[in-house]
Design a protein around this ligand. Structure first.
Ligand SMILES: [Zn+2]
Length: 182
């Protein structure tokens, strides 16, 4: 009597949500670019020719684009979808604007080290022009390898060292404690 369940179709789980988030992102980016280009076109006109446009909250930003972005955030949170890093980095957390370099965001490289001598202290600062929110990404520093890889590396060093060597196990123990603290 029990119904035989149809075999689950193999494919991307929650594909419709992926499609939805992609659409929302693309629509938001398109609207942001449109608004930004309209703004530059208006700037070229003289003041007396200026036509009163349908006044959005902020002249350079489409409120619809911001709405779409907040929807995108909500969908990804509700469905626990992990947004790709590249996508996430182009969204402002504070005001949900799509960050387009040169239009809605500014790129600067900052170096807070003494006299800017350390090249690995370079930090890319992405500033949102709508709300002034900043995103900071280290660009000069080497990315730390994943914990699993670091553990594997430390295991290799311990296996290589001979038991007679007194110094190496100490350093290995030190690295392991460092790993635990992270
Ligand atoms: Zn912002």
């Amino acid at each position: 009597m029990s119904k035989v369940k149809p075999p689950k179709s193999k494919g991307i789980p929650s594909k419709h949500l992926h499609a939805r988030t992609t659409f929302l992102y693309q629509a938001a980016t398109y609207l942001t670019l449109q608004t930004a280009s309209n703004e530059t076109a208006n700037d070229l006109k003289t003041d007396d020719q200026a036509v009163p446009t349908h006044s959005p909250v902020s002249p350079t930003h489409s409120p619809l684009a911001i709405r779409l972005c907040s929807d995108l955030q909500q969908v990804s949170r509700k469905a626990q979808l992990r947004m790709s890093v590249d996508l996430k980095r182009t969204l402002c957390k504070r005001c949900n604007t799509v960050l387009v370099p040169g239009r809605t965001a500014t790129h600067t490289v900052e170096n807070m080290s003494k006299g800017g001598k350390k090249p690995w202290a370079d930090v890319l600062v992405l500033k949102c022009t709508t709300c002034g929110g900043k995103k900071r990404f280290p660009v000069g520093a080497k990315k730390q390898s994943k914990k699993v890889q670091r553990k594997a590396a430390s295991r290799e060093t311990t296996s290589i060292t001979s038991p007679n060597d007194t110094e190496q196990p100490d350093s290995a123990a030190q690295t392991s404690t460092e790993l635990d603290s992270i």
